[in-house]
Design a protein around this ligand. Structure first.
Ligand code: NAD
Length: 372
């Protein structure tokens, strides 16, 4: 299969980790007889330096024409202030590129797997974590972050502000579909999280999620509901009960950050932002952007210290979700697991245990490539 992949290395460690993911993908291409064509494009601080804007039009054009986008990370202290020493306005900062590309590609679903590898169990903040292997499916371009908002003074002169959490049925339908299709590729348990005991938008959320479930009859999938306050508690009490959590934007933002600490390091957390999902029955290409959850880590940039595994695992997500290459994705994930089992650790996951050794970003990438 031939696929065109846009690569946004970005800033800081972004360039180092995307280089390792490309090595892994090239090995997959050879082993499974695929052709991956990579187009390197500018975004973030490096784009500001070279073109004056964080998201050049050329980048949007190439990403839109690609089958998927791999993104390292953007941002860094160099671009926090302008040449006059004053803080840069939001739309001129590297991170504006990130929001811009999500909007331009219509990426409405954020998928964050939270998996604790057995060999890294000691890195988990929980005493007895059990098996942690869940995915949070977060609606990404609706709800309170995008609703009408205002800060004003009311009639009494008091300062007041509001944000509106608005959802339309089709916005809920399309994210629910993603969760159910994803569940069919896993153990099949979907938990829809809302605040239906209080919020109208949550009552609609719950109603529509069940409508989609009953209408489409997703084979092998079970659906349950949970209130968000309970879910926040259950995630640290017994995360092993969850397979797929689907929820709206604000709840998903908070729950996914809470869940992320369960894996031990930011350097282990991949993510995908999707405009749809590829399945056996659906052949058209579905654009997705695949990136680690962490930032550009300026404190370790250029020192070969970054953990490339979140980026490599994001590339595995791309194979599975945008290209429907389940076998290839599993091959990459198993290679990561074997490398960890052999004791290789980047600094962020090194705990000094016998049988483990610290390696750099390039050596870790080469080790994973070697295992495929
Ligand atoms: P960060 O995620 O870059 O770093 C936080 C800490 O985690 C640092 O100590 C860093 O060294 C460490 N770390 C992160 N990823 C690592 C990896 N792969 N291997 C080893 N250690 C790793 O967060 P920050 O320092 O708050 O932000 C730095 C810059 O990144 C800022 O400009 C911020 O706006 C930007 N940022 C970008 C994205 C993105 O591009 N998606 C996301 C978050 C932050």
């Amino acid at each position: 299969m031939k696929k065109n992949i846009a690569v946004i290395g970005g800033d800081g460690i972004g360039v180092e980790i995307t280089a390792e993911a490309i090595k892994v993908l090239n090995k997959i291409a050879v082993k499974y007889n695929h052709e991956f064509e990579f187009a390197h494009v500018l975004m973030g601080g490096v784009a500001i330096d070279e073109t004056g804007v964080p998201l050049p039009e050329e980048t949007v054009k190439i990403c839109k024409a690609s089958d998927a986008v791999l993104l390292g990370a953007v941002g860094g202290p160099k671009w926090d202030t302008g040449s006059d020493g004053k803080p840069l306005q939001g739309h001129l900062r590297p991170e504006a590129g990130l929001l811009g590309i999500r909007a331009a590609l219509g990426l409405f679903a954020n998928i964050r797997p939270v998996k604790l590898f057995d060999v890294l169990a000691d890195s988990c903040v929980l005493k007895n974590p059990g098996k942690i292997d869940l995915i949070i499916v977060r609606e990404l371009i609706g709800g309170a972050y995008f609703g009408k908002r205002e800060t004003y003074k009311d009639e009494s002169g008091a300062r007041a502000a509001y944000d509106t959490m608005l959802y339309r049925d089709w916005e809920i339908e399309r994210i629910a579909e993603i969760a159910f299709k994803l569940a069919q590729k896993r153990s099949g348990r979907v938990c829809s999280v809302d605040k239906a005991n209080v919020l109208d938008s949550s009552r609609l959320w719950r109603e529509v999620v069940w409508e989609v479930y009953n209408r489409e009859k997703y084979k092998g999938v079970t659906l349950s509901d949970m209130l968000v306050d309970n879910c926040a508690m259950q995630l640290v009490r017994d995360p092993s009960q969850f397979d797929i959590i689907v929820t709206e934007n604000l709840f998903g933002d908070i729950l996914s950050d809470e869940a992320s600490v369960l894996t031990g390091s930011l350097g282990m957390l991949p993510s995908a932002s999707l405009a749809g999902i590829c399945t056996d029955s659906r052949t058209e290409s579905v654009i997705g952007m695949y990136e680690p959850c962490h930032g550009s880590a300026p404190d370790i940039a250029g020192q070969d210290k970054a953990n490339p595994l979140a980026m490599i695992l994001s590339a595995a997500m791309m194979l599975r979700l945008s290209f429907d290459m389940d076998k290839e994705a599993l091959d990459v994930e198993n290679a990561v697991e074997r490398v960890l089992a052999k004791g290789l650790r980047t600094g962020d996951i090194y705990r000094g245990y016998d049988g483990t050794k610290i390696v750099g970003c390039a050596e870790m990438g080469a080790a994973v490539t070697g295992e495929i």
